[in-house]
Design a protein around this ligand. Structure first.
Ligand SMILES: *[C@@H]1O[C@H](CO)[C@@H](O)[C@H](O)[C@H]1NC(C)=O
Ligand SMILES: *[C@@H]1O[C@H](CO)[C@@H](O)[C@H](O)[C@H]1NC(C)=O
Ligand SMILES: *[C@@H]1O[C@H](CO)[C@@H](O)[C@H](O)[C@H]1NC(C)=O
Ligand SMILES: *[C@@H]1O[C@H](CO)[C@@H](O)[C@H](O)[C@H]1NC(C)=O
Ligand SMILES: *[C@@H]1O[C@H](CO)[C@@H](O)[C@H](O)[C@H]1NC(C)=O
Ligand SMILES: *[C@@H]1O[C@H](CO)[C@@H](O)[C@H](O)[C@H]1NC(C)=O
Ligand SMILES: *[C@@H]1O[C@H](CO)[C@@H](O)[C@H](O)[C@H]1NC(C)=O
Ligand SMILES: *[C@@H]1O[C@H](CO)[C@@H](O)[C@H](O)[C@H]1NC(C)=O
Length: 295
């Protein structure tokens, strides 16, 4: 009987480890990983830093977002006297643009010709990692640009051009700029972003350097079948890399009866009944044996 009950459990609760992912966690921002179609049973975490990151496991319906509009700002204005490549910053102190769920960057370029301009007058590249940005800069003025996530076409020698990029979330973006000799330019940037609002949410665990298994205290199984996100935040001033391996669980309701979710209540009741009946039989058997011994 126990074997039958266990077979039921084994068949209808599929547990498997999802692939590991590395994510970067920055001070002041919430990083998220989204999982489809599964409940997360536990999460194994390894950080490359001794600083602490808090971890939240949140059903999709509980996520709320804070819109962040970065107003248009002049990020550079120069007359180029030689062909060159370099990094542009949105903000001298913050340096980089971190995107969460909505990630829209709007650039406005104004160019003038100050003499003979050969080849491409100017071009902007966006990178999601420093290694490719380094390749872009190291090969100035015309060599490999590495692997940008997005770029403009060559901009016209004179006039104003607007360009909007929609970029994948949870990345830190770097801006590479190429400008030819004899080009005068001004660049403005505005951004339309959202950030996940974690205020009021309960964290499930925290991670620092050593391997941690996050028990998930708050949202082990959402009250309804729902996709979930893992959120991370830190107060560390240096960037942290966290290696994330969730153990995922899916209850195979369809396989149980061939019908939809509400029937699972019936099945759970049935399974509980089987267990109770089995347990009751054991107790009775032991009691009966005991009675015989005493007798
Ligand atoms: C995560 O980072 C670790 C250490 O840097 C590396 O060994 C591992 O291969 C990375 N895993 C993935 C999935 O990128
Ligand atoms: C660039 O050159 C133009 C024309 O020579 C001049 O009017 C402008 O002030 C210069 N801009 C900068 C930023 O030096
Ligand atoms: C470019 O953007 C500016 C402000 O962001 C706007 O005033 C202008 O009309 C836009 N130009 C074009 C060609 O879309
Ligand atoms: C920001 O993006 C949202 C969603 O795409 C849009 O509704 C809103 O108008 C945008 N706001 C600005 C200032 O561009
Ligand atoms: C963030 O969430 C909290 C709790 O739900 C709410 O009180 C607060 O207004 C939210 N903040 C913003 C900026 O939406
Ligand atoms: C989970 O997300 C996937 C893909 O976005 C969607 O197809 C599916 O319906 C979602 N499941 C639930 C229970 O919301
Ligand atoms: C994460 O954010 C919450 C809410 O803002 C804050 O209380 C907590 O200290 C933060 N944790 C870390 C490790 O930064
Ligand atoms: C952890 O990884 C981040 C991002 O890759 C890196 O900037 C940081 O220096 C690493 N920290 C340590 C202690 O290796």
């Amino acid at each position: 009987m126990a074997a039958i009950a266990l077979t039921f459990l084994f068949l209808y609760k599929n547990t498997h480890s999802s692939d590991a992912q590395n994510i970067s966690v920055y001070n002041g921002y919430v990083t998220s990983i989204y999982y489809d179609q599964f409940y997360v049973n536990e999460v194994n975490l390894i950080s490359n830093s001794s600083a602490t990151a808090n971890v939240y496991v949140i059903p999709k319906s509980q996520l709320s977002y804070i819109p962040v509009v970065l107003p248009e700002k002049q990020i550079d204005k120069r007359n180029s006297t030689f062909s060159q490549r370099f990094e542009l910053y949105y903000d001298r102190s913050e340096n980089n643009l971190i995107c969460n769920t909505v990630c829209e960057l709007n650039f406005r370029f104004e160019l003038q010709q100050n003499g003979v301009v050969l080849g491409c007058p100017a071009q902007l590249f966006l990178y999601d990692n420093k290694a490719d940005l380094k390749i872009f800069i190291a090969n100035e003025p015309y060599g490999s640009v590495g692997d940008p996530v997005a770029q403009t076409d060559c901009l016209p020698k004179t006039g104003v051009v607007n360009k909007t990029f929609h970029l994948p979330p949870n990345k830190l973006y770097y801006i590479g700029w190429y400008v030819a000799k004899n080009v005068g330019y001004t660049i403005w940037l505005s951004a339309n972003l959202t950030r996940i609002n974690i205020s009021g949410l309960n964290e499930d665990c925290s991670v620092s350097s050593q391997h941690t298994t996050c028990p998930i205290t708050h949202t082990k199984y959402p009250h309804k079948k729902e996709n979930i996100s893992l959120l991370f935040n830190t107060t560390s001033t240096t960037m942290m890399d966290v290696n994330v391996t969730p153990v995922l669980v899916q209850w195979n309701l369809q396989r149980l009866t061939g019908v939809s979710a509400p029937s699972c209540i019936g099945v759970v009741v049935m399974m509980v009944a089987v267990f109770v009946w089995f347990y009751y039989c054991m107790i009775r058997t032991v009691a009966w044996n005991g009675y015989i011994t005493i007798a």
